[in-house]
Design a protein. Sequence first.
Length: 272
Amino acid sequence: MSNNLLAGKKGIIFGALDDQSIAWKVAEHCVAAGAKITLTNAPVAFRFGKINELAEKLNAKTIPADATKMEDLENLLTESMEALGGKIDFVLHSIGMSFNVRKNKAYTDSNYDYMHKTFDVSAMSFHRLMQSMWKLDAINEGGSIMALTYIAAQRTFPDYGEMAESKALLESYARSFGYHFGVSKKVRVNTISQSPTWTTAGSGVKGFKEFFNYADKMSPLGNASAESCADYCVSMFSDLTRMVTMQNLYHDGGFSNMGMSPALIDVAEDQA
Ligand SMILES: NC(=O)c1ccc[n+]([C@@H]2O[C@H](COP(=O)([O-])OP(=O)(O)OC[C@H]3O[C@@H](n4cnc5c(N)ncnc54)[C@H](O)[C@@H]3O)[C@@H](O)[C@H]2O)c1
């Protein structure tokens, strides 16, 4: 969908690994809506991902940054402001990694070094990013900061492991920093709680295929795709939503407010 909602705006998009990544679609949609962006990811993702392909297509500068390192984040912000010609108007944090899940550790046998790392990469990185932006005065008044999250922060999804707590922390950081950014800079901070989506991070969760189909049937509109998430992000980065802040915004086809769906009752009956 092409429009001019982001004409003249400058943004930074984290987390485009390959063309399945939600961030990949967001980057494409932001540029189509008139924004100028820089792209970033962990240095290791530059080696095995396809971010350079996207950068070429969108004529965007890439700046590697490990989101757990303050010096990398500060360098990213400084280089982005130089490349884009001024302060930033919007940022997407699209980063997730569970070390216990990746190492096949059961939730009831969690390794705490892994858990610390998961929180650092998946949640504290959002605080680090916002604190770096705050200290460098890197975002314009009226700007918009966004992170992607999942409903496991509110409800129990047993195979999501410690990512549930990571997302709860991430959403809380959005509210807490949202206060400070709101009163002093009129900047919005929100999280978008997205449907299950076929990506490298998403499909790493055990039983993802079955769960994806379950959520699709449970949601009156079906699962929200990465493309539609990108549209939602564009609207949240635009001036049309400048009074929305400190919110966790469900983008899930209605899943979060469902109790029971006849579509799933039919399946259960068939199996009875
Ligand atoms: N896919 C889903 O089902 C789903 C649903 C809801 C929310 N989300 C969230 O969406 C976001 C994007 O995930 P995705 O599904 O597009 O998967 P993805 O695997 O394409 O993206 C995850 C990104 O995190 C990056 N990353 C990991 N460690 C990093 C670090 N130390 N520094 C910087 N970047 C790092 C990876 O390189 C990768 O690009 C995540 O926050 C994820 O939890 C995904």
